[in-house]
Design a protein around this ligand. Structure first.
Ligand code: SF4
Ligand code: SF4
Length: 72
């Protein structure tokens, strides 16, 4: 279940757990998750805290539990 947006929480990414499927990029309503494309592979960059509204959509959709919300 997706939590309501919370400006006191921000998403952080565990690069080691991410397999680059891109699902979180697609679902993020604020475009806070930047992507770096290298050839056929996508590599995620650090989530932009200034854009993240804490909605947790990315946490819910990630199949590898690579994103979590932290309280600021
Ligand atoms: S918590 Fe919401 S706004 Fe923040 S990065 Fe994830 S999907 Fe985007
Ligand atoms: S949904 Fe998870 S595995 Fe897929 S790109 Fe985002 S962080 Fe990586």
């Amino acid at each position: 279940m997706v939590a309501p947006p919370s400006n006191s929480h921000k998403a952080i990414l565990n690069i080691r757990a991410c397999l680059g499927c891109g699902d979180c990029i697609e679902i993020c309503p604020t475009k806070a998750i930047p992507e770096l494309l290298i050839g056929l592979y996508s590599h995620l960059l650090e989530i932009d805290k200034s854009k993240c509204n804490g909605c947790s959509e990315c946490v819910s959709i990630c199949p590898h539990n690579a994103i979590k919300l932290v309280e600021l």
